[in-house]
Design a protein around this ligand. Structure first.
Ligand code: BG6
Ligand code: MG
Length: 219
């Protein structure tokens, strides 16, 4: 195991909840029946793709310009929420794991679909733990495509099969697995069915747990 590549929302901090609340507010305004169960489909999915999924709950057609304005509205609300993020919002066990990885010389990268990711890492005070933050603006295919995790590995100069990926979304687990990496899922066994290792909380994550369970994938 030479590197660990992290998702952000729902793994490092619970911004997944803020994404939900911001989309919920927009969906309520548009009278769309959006709920927590449907929200699972949006995890790891880009802003515009998430909007398309939400709009598919109704039958109103929107122009590209209207869609852009709706996505911006959601993002403005989301940005208000993340402006209040502090280091206290790190999920349990995450900073300890980042420290352990740094001390052990194991590479770390962030593979988040969020354009707000660098801002959130700064607010959390953990930017310095990452050897690389993948620039999602340069990624052509969103999760479940492996591109974002493969880019993280390439930037760290390691092979995909030497990497562990940590995710809380189904699309993210698929992205890790199709990259040929070892997939750790944070969530319930039902949500994280395909993951190689499942933890119910980030508090369970540690360098020793990852090392004990890591198995190199054969191509
Ligand atoms: C992912 C989240 O990390 O980022 C998704 O899981 C979100 O819910 C996506 O839609 C894009 O985020 P942003 O901040 O660019 O709108
Ligand atoms: Mg996530």
């Amino acid at each position: 195991m030479k590197a660990v590549i992290f998702d952000l929302d729902g793994v490092i901090t619970d911004t997944a909840e803020y994404h939900y609340l911001a989309w919920k507010s927009l969906a309520d305004e548009l009278n769309l029946p959006f709920d927590k169960e449907f929200n699972e489909k949006l995890k790891g999915v880009s802003r515009m793709e998430s909007l398309e999924l939400i709009l598919s709950l109704g039958d109103t057609a929107y122009s590209d310009e209207e869609k852009k304005a709706l996505a911006e509205k959601k993002n403005d609300l989301y940005k208000e929420m993340i402006a209040k993020v502090t280091p206290a919002d790190l999920l349990p066990g995450i900073e300890a794991l980042l420290k352990e990885l740094q001390e052990a010389g194991i590479g770390t990268a962030l593979a988040s679909a969020s354009k707000n990711a660098p801002f959130i890492l700064d607010r959390l005070g953990v930017t310095h733990y990452f050897n690389h933050v993948v620039d999602v603006n340069l990624i052509k295919q969103g999760k479940p495509d492996p591109e974002i995790f493969l880019t993280g590995a390439a930037k760290l100069g390691v092979l995909p099969e030497e990497c562990v990926g940590i995710e809380d979304a189904e699309a993210g687990i698929e992205s890790i697995l199709s990259a040929g990496m070892y997939a750790v899922g944070v969530g319930t066994p039902a949500q994280m069915q395909k993951a190689d290792l499942i933890v119910s909380s980030t508090a369970e994550l540690s360098l020793s747990l990852l090392k004990e369970n890591f198995k190199q994938k054969t191509k």
